[in-house]
Design a protein around this ligand. Structure first.
Ligand code: FAD
Ligand code: NAI
Length: 501
């Protein structure tokens, strides 16, 4: 019996050691591959047959554009990426950053490192696209890194991909831009953190009876979509799990309020999950104000309509998350084209071609509007991957067209034309495959509305939170991001969140 136990012990130890060695080897290999990309092929102006290499300009470095860049055979085009942000941002974990559950550096990946891993050279301009001329096929860009404030230039394209995303909408409600913080980009998360931490310190200097102290500690989130809900949940977690240890009295005075115009929050989820989330918010003491529509914002108060009543809600920090509106560059392009008559975004067809410029412009992600395609990372990611396959076929079509021009032989041209027709008919419409929707709702609980084929599954709670974590780890853009995010979660579970600014 003793020798059997010894044997079991020996094999367990050996397999643990083996797993450790294999795991370390795998991690080292992945890190080495990320740090040492394969050499990029130099891009000549023409291909071997003399045909010019077409210029593909990609606007943006978000979910749509980066997914395209990662899947694209960049040796087929002169690929130029233009984005004012020189990194990709993993938005699903952005609500975790203002309170320090996740570090900002863990969820960004530099554009240059993504571009360097592509097979063919990619040029990147840290610039904002100001205007697109679909007739001349040019984009006016303005450098954001140049010392010269007016560093504008024109970029010629053969093909253009609009992947500029959207900006937060305020529905023109007075005072929002001036007083609220949004949660869309890295500087937004930094701003919210500074405001929250400063308010806590400011309030600590005031007496408990001072109404200003109460106002400073009222954190209001407007918009009960997933952004607002996830942020409110993270904020309450920070108060309950961390601040309560360092400032136990003050943590009890902090009030997190979530304001939503509709009767429920998280309206894209199944009713049972909405109920679960609302019940949990009540338990967590998040003040949920549904059927409450904000009408006006001043530096200290929001005015909201609740049925026939008008309510004044004093706030210390206001986070605004009421959805998306088109960016200026998209609006400018829409204004130039008669077919672009929607205020919700760039109109595209089922092949993601821009209506009115089908031969040269595609658009992906949040800057577009197409029924049934929602502004989510999942949609933008799949669109980017789809477009990479389309651009591969487009290259072949262009090659055949070039060969037709070089070869005036009618019989040959007929054959080439039939190849072109076949390739064109091979470009199928984009088909979105919905995998489901996840949201973190606080207290280490999440909700999941999953789609497997035609079937739908709902789950909620702590196990769903583990699923949420693993799904987001798997979705991270790079191996480096994955390791950093996992380490952040471990760090918080051992040492708590950091309260410094
Ligand atoms: P973005 O990712 O926003 O990228 C737009 C890019 O364009 C950026 O690089 C920007 O710098 C650049 N740009 C802007 N203006 C210009 C210009 N003038 N010229 C050139 N470039 C420009 N979706 C999910 O599916 N699951 C989630 O869990 C989830 N969580 C989210 C959490 C938050 C806090 C937010 C804000 C969104 C979340 N989303 C989520 C939605 C998701 O982030 C978006 O749908 C997705 O980012 C859209 O991708 P995109 O490429 O269209 O735009
Ligand atoms: P949203 O459009 O999903 O929700 C905005 C909410 O604000 C709506 O419920 C709306 O009724 C409410 N609202 C609008 N005006 C208001 C007012 N004046 N007063 C009070 N409430 C008001 O916006 P959100 O959350 O910013 O998300 C944008 C997109 O990103 C969505 O497509 C969403 O699905 C996606 N996203 C997905 C996530 C996930 O899957 N976990 C996380 C975050 C965003």
């Amino acid at each position: 019996k003793a020798s059997l136990l010894r044997k079991i012990g020996k094999y367990t130890l050996l397999s643990a050691l083996g797993s450790l060695v294999a795991g370390t080897g795998y991690v080292s290999y992945k890190l080495y591959k990320e740090k040492n990309p394969s050499p990029q092929l130099p891009q000549a102006a023409t291909f071997d047959n003399g045909s010019p290499r077409k210029t593909l300009v990609i606007l943006g470095s978000g979910w749509g554009s980066v997914s395209l860049l990662k899947s694209l055979d960049t040796t087929l085009y002169n690929v130029v990426v233009v984005s004012p942000r020189n990194y990709f941002l993993f938005t699903p974990l952005l609500p975790s950053t203002p309170v320090g559950t996740i570090e900002l550096k863990s969820i960004v990946e530099p554009v240059r490192s993504i571009a360097r891993r592509a097979p063919g050279q990619v040029i990147y301009y840290e610039a904002e696209a100001l205007d697109v001329d679909p007739v001349e096929k040019t984009v006016r860009i303005k450098s954001v890194s140049s010392d010269d404030g007016n560093a504008e230039s024109d970029l010629k394209y053969d093909y253009l991909v609009m992947g500029v995303g959207a900006q937060p909408t305020t529905f023109g409600i007075p005072g929002v831009f001036e007083n609220a913080s949004f949660l869309k980009e890295i500087p937004d998360a930094q701003e919210i953190r500074v405001k929250v931490m400063n308010n806590i310190e400011k309030a600590a200097n005031l007496s408990v009876a001072d109404p200003e102290r109460k106002r400073l500690l009222n954190f209001v989130v407007v918009g009960g979509g997933p952004t607002g809900v996830e942020f409110a949940a993270e904020l309450q977690d920070y108060v309950d799990q961390d601040l309560s240890k360092w400032m136990p009295e003050m943590s009890k005075e902090i009030n997190v309020t979530l304001v939503e115009a509709l009767p429920n929050i998280l309206n894209m989820f199944d009713k049972s999950l909405i109920q679960y989330a609302e019940d949990l918010f009540k338990e967590e003491k998040i003040d949920l104000r549904t059927n409450t529509m904000v009408k006006n914002v001043t530096p200290t108060t929001i005015t909201a309509k609740c049925g026939d009543n008008t309510e004044e809600i004093p706030y210390g920090v206001l986070v605004w998350a009421t959805g998306n509106a088109p960016r200026e560059v998209s609006k400018g392009l829409m204004a130039k084209m008669e077919t672009q008559n929607s205020r919700r975004g760039l109109l595209i067809n089922d092949k993601l071609q821009l209506l009115g410029a089908e031969d040269s412009i595609w658009a992906v992600g949040d800057c577009t509007f197409y029924p049934g395609l929602f502004p989510t990372a999942q949609v933008a990611h799949q669109e980017g991957e789809y477009l990479a396959t389309v651009l591969k076929k487009q290259h072949k079509i262009d090659q055949h067209k070039w060969n037709m021009l070089q070869n005036p032989n009618a019989a040959e041209n007929l054959k080439l034309q039939s190849k072109i027709d076949k390739l064109q008919s091979n470009i199928k419409a984009f088909k979105y495959s919905h995998q489901g929707t996840l949201a973190y709702i606080g207290s280490e609980k999440a909700i999941a509305d999953l789609a497997v084929g035609e079937s739908k599954y709902q789950s909620a709670g702590s196990v769903t939170f583990l699923f949420w974590k693993s799904a987001y780890l798997a979705m991270c853009l790079s191996f480096r991001n994955r390791v950093l995010v996992a380490l952040d979660w471990c760090k918080v579970s051992f040492f708590g969140r950091d309260s410094s600014v």
